[in-house]
Design a binder for this molecule. Structure first.
Ligand code: F3S
Length: 398
């Protein structure tokens, strides 16, 4: 691998042993994938976001970096928190044990200059990439959104590699950073009337695995694509998709993005219905409805409030709406908050996957409209409006 003079100096240990180890790791990682060089990044996003007892080594690395005064070399954001106050006493005790190092994590992260977004939608505020920007992001739902909808370029990095890239400000030039690797090997034709984006993403991910789909016949909004991409990145290993006439590269390059030997898949209403039913299969009496994985946008919080305005959650049923701290702050100060409070729904800001590890929560019969959460956790899937009807026990507005 060709290294710059500065990179070679770090590799020789001229900026301390910790950065030397970081550089050694990144060079080995890049060499493994035959990268020719390490290139500058515009920003980083870290997937690991708290002091869990199962992440002791990671916390130690962070602690050592902070103690040596190492700073993030580029704007760096971080995934949602792992703890919440919205739990019963038994779960709170378990949570306190599992995530007992949370405060230390935040302390070190802050000391290193990390931006305290605590969200998987960093692109909505503090870390918004421009088209063509090179990034070193982890968190599959954010990676796929940045690559596909924003037209930035990042690989699906792992925890630790994201941290190392953030402190060095560089990443190996390989994978999805190279234009030749961003062409689609799957042509997906959507020939359906009833589009459920989470289900669509789920089935595409299952089919194309870690391929790149070029989707035809689809229009939607950023939040539709966010939910679709998160599901696709979970049920498969997809890091990038294109939508004909919609996503930036598809608008510019058009059908030339499709590799000549690509495979084709047609998605019809009966097929999507079958998958939707499979994802909701086995559902019993719902006790919790959970929306917002990935985090809900501010506009979605407003839209959801409008849908359930004048309704109230059913007795014994919790409606959790999960969003970023910054969107929640904005929402709390908005004219919609008063109406929201009357509905009995609860706002929270965390990664629900963390608390779904708590044994006493596993049997809460959770219903969600998130394809990603359905893939990773013991929950049941239903489309958004069905989730809301289940939560408030009747008609919603619209
Ligand atoms: Fe975000 Fe956690 Fe879901 S990181 S996408 S809320 S699993």
């Amino acid at each position: 691998m060709d290294l710059s003079t500065e990179q070679q100096a770090i590799l020789r240990g001229e900026k301390g042993t910790l950065l030397q180890k970081c550089m050694q790791t990144l060079v080995k990682y890049g060499n493994f994938f035959s990268a020719q060089e390490l290139i500058p990044i515009k920003s980083a996003h870290l997937v690991l976001s708290g002091g869990s007892i199962i992440l002791r080594t990671y916390l130690e690395i962070l602690e050592n970096m902070a103690a040596e005064g190492i700073q993030f070399a580029v704007p760096t954001t971080v995934n949602p928190r792992l703890t919440t106050k919205h739990l019963g006493i038994v779960q709170k005790i378990a949570q306190r044990y599992l995530f007992q190092k949370d405060n230390q994590f935040r302390h070190h992260y802050r000391k290193m200059g990390g931006i305290e977004t605590y969200s998987c939608t960093p692109y909505l505020g503090d870390n918004t990439p421009q088209r063509g920007d090179i990034l070193a992001w982890a968190e599959s739902s954010a990676v796929i959104f940045a690559n596909s909808v924003l037209g930035a370029k990042t690989n699906r990095n792992s925890g630790v590699i994201d941290l190392i890239s953030a402190v060095l400000g560089i990443t190996p030039l390989m994978g999805l950073l190279l234009d030749e690797n961003r062409r689609a090997n799957w042509e997906i034709i959507v020939d359906a009337e009833e589009i459920d984006y989470a289900v669509l993403g789920y089935v595409i991910g299952e089919k194309v695995k870690d391929g790149i789909p070029y989707i035809k016949g689809l229009h939607g909004t950023a939040d539709d694509f966010e939910n679709m991409g998160a599901a696709m990145a979970a049920s498969g290993g997809v890091g990038l998709y294109h939508i004909e006439g919609v996503t930036p590269e598809a608008v510019q390059v058009k059908d030339a993005l499709l590799l000549p030997d690509c495979q084709t898949l047609t998605l019809t209403d009966p097929l999507l219905k079958k998958v939707r039913e499979r994802l909701g299969h086995g559902r019993k009496k719902v006790k919790t409805v959970l929306l917002g994985c990935p985090h809900l946008f501010y506009a979605e919080l407003v839209q959801l409030t409008t849908l359930i305005e004048g309704c109230h959650t059913r007795k014994g049923v919790t409606l959790w709406m999960n969003s970023s701290p910054s969107a929640i702050r904005k929402f709390n100060q908005s004219e919609h908050f008063e109406e929201f409070e009357k509905t009995g729904a609860v706002l929270m800001s965390l990664c629900p996957l963390a608390f779904l590890q708590l044994p006493s929560l596993r049997n809460r019969w959770i219903l969600t409209n998130s394809g990603k959460l359905r893939y990773y956790a013991p929950v049941y899937y239903a489309p958004l409006k069905e989730c809301l009807r289940e939560a408030v026990g009747g008609d919603i507005n619209g």
